[in-house]
Write a protein that binds this ligand. Structure first.
Ligand SMILES: Cc1ncc(COP(=O)(O)O)c(C=O)c1O
Length: 401
């Protein structure tokens, strides 16, 4: 993998969007650097293909990946909307002024009270269980539209997915049972969704599930005269940095869009709710190596950010030594971040490094474990546009009572 285009070396010093790393380090260490232009570009790479192929595929953002307000504002400008999974995420999306018609509420185990609030506000609702469906059966609304989430377990062929995720959603039999139950009620099933993958660089892997869901939808339309308005294919694209080349991403996505164009009617809205792809490679940590121990190197951020969450892929880039290719060379453990043996003989105490691809499922999952929250620096159009201090010790103590 090559260095992403927002990083360049001049005289063996790294520049992040034309800003010398030393300028960023002058604010402290470690620093969390967020490049808003990368978010815009990540979305636009897909949107340009969608436009070229005359597809009506929409790029929603799965808010749980990261919900820093500046990031949400950027996504609001360039994306099509947000997918939220809980009351808290709904609150966060409203705080960034997403209008109700730009929100999809697609989660698990939501209470009757929350479901009613969502229906009242005409937010697009996708149900993932029969219990949730029963919770809306006696609503007083004249007519309500809901979508059904199908579990990946019933759409996959040799799917390598974490068992945890495969249980979310309905089986095809359960979905049909719900459709039958809606007869003579105020409930109309108007959409379907699934979410099956994470970190995918080969989008062909979606085809089996898309075809299977499409066949099921066609059957349901024929049997029950459903009026389907949208199909949501979830998230799961890998961060752009993980595709071997821009061409590989563009070719893959063009084929993906062709498949959707061939299968679905033009009047059905097609939706992706991407998390990692949109934000992961927009952020990086800049840090000094504070100490070393044999071939292990420590930086003072640890699991505050570099959480070994499912599917994490961090890359280390030295600030003072030219490097062309990216290598996965970081292991994150609970004590602090440890750079693996790969870089052991090349980097030493007091050297500065960038840890790339840290924007998704990091700061939203963090704790103040050992180390403080880093300063955040936002970059847009080659300029620092905002600097935000991390959470203070006082705020941490308040949180923990
Ligand atoms: C329903 C749903 N949609 C989208 C996503 C986003 O996934 P990713 O960040 O891999 O794109 C998730 C993540 O778990 C999810 O549960």
């Amino acid at each position: 993998m090559n260095l992403p285009n927002y990083l360049t070396y001049k005289n063996n010093e790294i520049y992040i969007k034309n800003i010398n790393y030393k300028k960023l380090l002058s604010f402290g260490t470690p620093v969390d650097i967020i490049i808003l232009d990368r978010i815009k570009d990540n979305i636009n790479v897909l949107k340009n293909i969608i436009k070229k192929e005359k597809s009506n595929l929409k790029i929603y953002y799965c808010l749980k990946a990261c919900y820093l307000k500046k990031i949400l504002q950027t996504i609001k400008t360039y994306g099509d909307g947000v997918a939220v999974g809980s009351n808290l995420e709904l609150f966060i999306s409203k705080n960034s002024n997403f209008s109700n018609d730009k929100i999809i509420f697609n989660g698990v185990g939501r209470t009757k009270e929350i479901l009613m609030k969502v229906l009242y506000n005409k937010i697009r609702l996708i149900l993932s269980s029969e219990t949730e469906f029963n919770n809306i059966l006696d609503s007083k609304f004249k007519k309500i539209n809901v979508g059904l989430r199908i579990s990946s377990k019933y759409l996959g062929k040799n799917l390598k997915i974490n068992a945890k995720y495969s249980n979310i959603g309905l089986s095809l039999t359960e979905a049909e049972k719900i459709i039958i139950k809606t007869k003579n009620t105020n409930i109309n099933i108007n959409g379907f969704s699934f979410h099956i993958f994470s970190n995918k660089t080969n989008l062909n892997d979606y085809y089996f599930a898309i075809n299977k869901l499409n066949n099921f939808i066609k059957q349901m339309i024929k049997k029950y005269n459903l009026k389907i308005e949208y199909v949501d294919f979830g998230g799961g694209f890998a961060p752009r940095i993980l595709f071997n080349s821009e061409k590989k991403l563009e070719d893959n996505f063009t084929k993906f869009v062709h498949l959707l164009n061939n299968l679905f009617d033009k009047n059905i809205e097609l939706i992706l709710e991407l998390g990692r792809y949109i934000v992961s490679d927009s952020s990086m940590i800049l840090s000094k190596i504070v100490t070393e121990n044999n071939s292990w190197k420590f930086i003072n951020i640890g699991t505050n950010y570099l959480i070994p969450a499912l599917g994490y892929n961090f890359f280390i880039v030295p600030c003072e030594k030219n490097m062309k290719n990216l290598h996965k060379n970081i292991i994150s453990d609970t004590m602090g971040t440890i750079i693996s043996k790969y870089t052991g003989n090349k980097l030493h105490e007091k050297d500065n490094i960038l840890v790339l691809n840290t924007g998704a499922y990091t700061n939203v999952m963090k704790e103040q474990f050992l180390f403080k929250d880093p300063i955040k620096i936002y970059i847009e159009n080659n300029k620092i546009i905002k600097i935000k201090k991390g959470i203070t010790e006082g705020e941490i103590l308040k949180y923990h009572g």
